[in-house]
Design a protein around this ligand. Structure first.
Ligand code: TPP
Ligand code: MG
Length: 663
């Protein structure tokens, strides 16, 4: 039952008032979008969204994504008004101030009810595609009784204009994710002014062409909004609901202009808006009746939650469902036996192949992993363990053919991880991390367990040449906070890295894997999981130690060859496999000092060897160390010729070490 229109108007005006007052108090922010979408949001949150403000982590809640993250005051107002414990009105008063959960843009780990971090336009909608995928997958696994919810998105012109939108809706349309509904704030305004300045695209036709259902409504007419939402709900395709709105609606002199987009309205305009809206409450005060009406909207969701809980309590799969939603691996999960076999029978394989071998074990033991590739399945070796495709006809599958949509894939994986119940991994060539870097950054910022299987990790890919050969990539990914970049040296390290990545609940991992075969360098049993410390001593100097060789991935065996040659000349050399610098940096000082003692470089020379940029390696080799790498673009040739050309062989490296030692 809907409330009478005049009360709905006041509910929407509460959003408008909180938004314009909070932005004014902060003297920064974006009032236009929340004011323009207040009516649509009131209908959606008041009547359609399935949620329970008192149980914000309810697994079967609808997911709501404010893709137009600059309009963050919209979601803060909605959460507060509908009765979530946070944000409080005090938090809203402190909008955009240090320590307030009401940050400039919504951040998923600051507030329950904020499903993902948005602000980089386009990515919210693309993450919602991943949430809708996870929902269908869990529905296939656990049935309607436990999983049956929608994914709602509010997106602006900007979200629809970004390139990633094409990838995201293409995937959603193809997979027929009919429980995904995008409400487009169709206000014809962006920062620079009218959308006429930069676009004449027929957006509705584009959505229709990608298999979406499209419906339009007047975004300021409650009944018309309901009609459109009902139509969207009834259609089996994903829906775009074009809500025709006026940006900054309610600000009499500024509404409809980009002046309301991203600046405080000013005291005079706010006073005029109060007059126009008939809103006479003081800033940050919500009239009792309006608040009561908002709080009353929670009832339906609470009832739905209770009956869901009843169903869950009587369901034999409850423990498994709860484990998966909590993101815990089964206690029985272990790769030890598999690694034991590798130690017993060493393998010379590419680490991408080793990853496939590890995945065969992982996908066999876990039900929650969902793999995929951006059209490089055979190269990334991501389909393993007998998992079948996730398709519009069969949502029980565990492998996603993402197509050539790297950015869309990465963003979808963020959405899947944040939805919970599944652990996404996906592959492409390492060089194309550039194409999905914006989403990798958001994986890290959002503390999302996404595992990137990035193969062809150096010039070692050979003939495809410099366009495909990563140079700066590994190192530049290491610069992203909260992202683990692992470059394993062989099949054993690869398995250890997979195990670690799966157990990192709050961090994404990039696995940088070789195309070319690599000898197994770890041939003795070890129960400690050597890679877990980020770096470890693979070989200890025999003669008096004069050199420490620090290498990663495919260069570890080169470092071992260098060490052998040095030892033959009476020069002791340690070899350290630096599989993950981030984890090494987290170790205590004594561990770090044991591996890399703080000694005058004249006494012990540190040498880094990595087939990529040398930039930044001084961090571990110090001012007078030696950094072996590649500081130019690669070349097209067979891999062995390239290692030779770029001096990444023991024969080329050892003389440089001798020179340095002889100073
Ligand atoms: C990837 C990205 N590029 C640029 C921006 C900066 N930015 C924030 S809002 C905006 C305009 C968005 O227009 P629209 O979605 O129509 O929002 P409205 O002005 O209608 O609120 C821009 C360019 C951003 N947040 N993300
Ligand atoms: Mg706009």
């Amino acid at each position: 039952m809907s409330l009478e229109t005049s009360r709905m108007v006041q509910m929407a005006n509460a959003i408008r008032a909180l938004s314009m007052d909070a932005v004014q108090a902060a003297n920064s922010g974006h009032p236009g979008m929340p004011m323009g979408m207040a009516d649509v949001a009131t209908v959606l949150w008041g009547e359609y969204l399935k949620h329970d403000p008192k149980t914000p982590d309810w697994a079967d809640r609808d997911r709501f994504v404010l893709s137009a993250g600059h309009g963050s005051m919209l979601i803060y107002a909605l959460l507060h008004l509908s009765g979530y414990d946070a944000p409080t009105i005090e938090d809203i008063r402190n909008f955009r101030q240090l320590g307030s959960p009401c940050a400039g843009h919504p951040e998923n780990f600051l507030l329950a009810g904020v499903e993902c971090t948005t602000g980089p336009l386009g990515q919210g909608l693309a993450m919602a595609v991943g949430m809708a995928i996870a929902e269908r997958k869990l529905n296939a696994d656990f049935g309607d009784d436990l999983v049956d919810h929608r994914t709602w998105v509010i997106a602006g012109d900007g979200c629809l204009m970004e390139g990633i939108n094409h990838e995201a809706i293409g995937l959603a349309g193809h997979l027929k994710l009919g429980r995904m509904n995008v409400l487009w704030d169709d206000n014809n305004i962006t920062i620079d002014g009218s959308t006429d300045l930069s676009t004449s695209e027929n957006i509705k036709a584009r959505y229709e062409a990608t298999g979406w259902h499209v419906v339009s409504c007047n975004g300021h007419d409650f009944d018309d909004i309901r009609r459109a939402l009902d139509e969207a709900g009834a259609d089996e395709r994903p829906s775009l609901i074009a809500c025709s709105t006026v940006i900054g609606k309610g600000a009499p002199n500024k509404q409809g202009t980009s002046a309301t987009h991203g600046a405080p309205l000013g005291d005079d305009e706010i006073a005029a808006a109060r007059e126009q809206l008939g809103w006479d409450a003081e800033p940050f005060e919500i009239p009792e009746q309006v608040l009561a009406d908002w709080r009353g909207t929670a009832e339906n969701g609470q009832n739905a939650y209770r009956s869901w809980l009843d169903r869950l309590s009587n369901d034999g799969r409850r423990a498994d469902f709860e484990r998966r939603m909590a993101g815990d691996l089964p206690e029985s999960f272990s790769l030890e036996e598999y690694m034991g076999k590798l130690i017993a029978e060493p393998q010379k394989v590419a680490t991408r192949k080793a990853s496939e071998m590890a995945l065969a074990q992982i996908n066999g033991q876990l039900t929650e992993t969902m793999g995929g590739s951006a059209d490089l399945t055979g190269s990334n070796n991501t389909k393993a363990g007998g998992i079948g495709p996730f398709t519009a006809d069969d949502y029980s599958g565990r492998y996603i053919y993402y197509g050539i949509r790297e950015f869309g894939m990465a963003a979808a994986m963020n959405g899947m991880a944040l939805h919970g119940g599944v652990i996404p991994y996906g592959g492409t060539f390492l060089v194309f991390t550039d194409y999905c870097r914006g989403a990798i950054r958001l994986s890290a910022l959002q503390e999302a367990r996404v595992i990137y299987v990035m193969t062809h990790d150096s010039i070692g890919l050979g003939e495809d040449g410099p366009t495909h050969q990563p140079i700066e990539h590994v190192q530049s990914l290491r610069m992203i906070p909260n992202l683990l970049v692992m470059r394993p040296a062989d099949a054993v390290e690869t398995a250890e890295c997979w195990d670690m990545a799966l157990r990192e609940k709050d961090r994404p991992t990039v696995l940088a894997l070789s195309r070319q075969n690599l000898p197994q360098v770890r041939n003795t049993p070890d129960e400690t999981g050597l890679c877990s410390k980020g770096a470890y001593r693979l070989k200890q100097a025999s003669a008096e130690r004069r050199v420490i060789l620090i290498a990663t991935g495919s260069e570890v065996h080169v470092a071992l060859e260098c060490a052998e040659q040095l030892e033959q000349q009476g020069i002791g050399a340690d070899v350290v496999s630096m599989v993950c610098t981030e984890l090494f940096d987290e170790q205590d000082e004594s561990y770090k000092a044991d591996l890399l003692p703080n000694v005058d470089p004249g006494k012990i020379l540190r040498v880094s060897i990595e087939a990529g940029t040398t930039f930044g390696w001084e961090r571990y080799t110090m001012a007078n160390g030696l950094n072996i790498g590649i500081d130019r673009f690669g070349a097209s040739a067979p891999a062995p010729d390239l290692f030779e050309k770029f001096g990444l062989t023991a024969d080329a490296i050892v003389p440089q070490i001798m020179n340095k030692l002889n100073g």
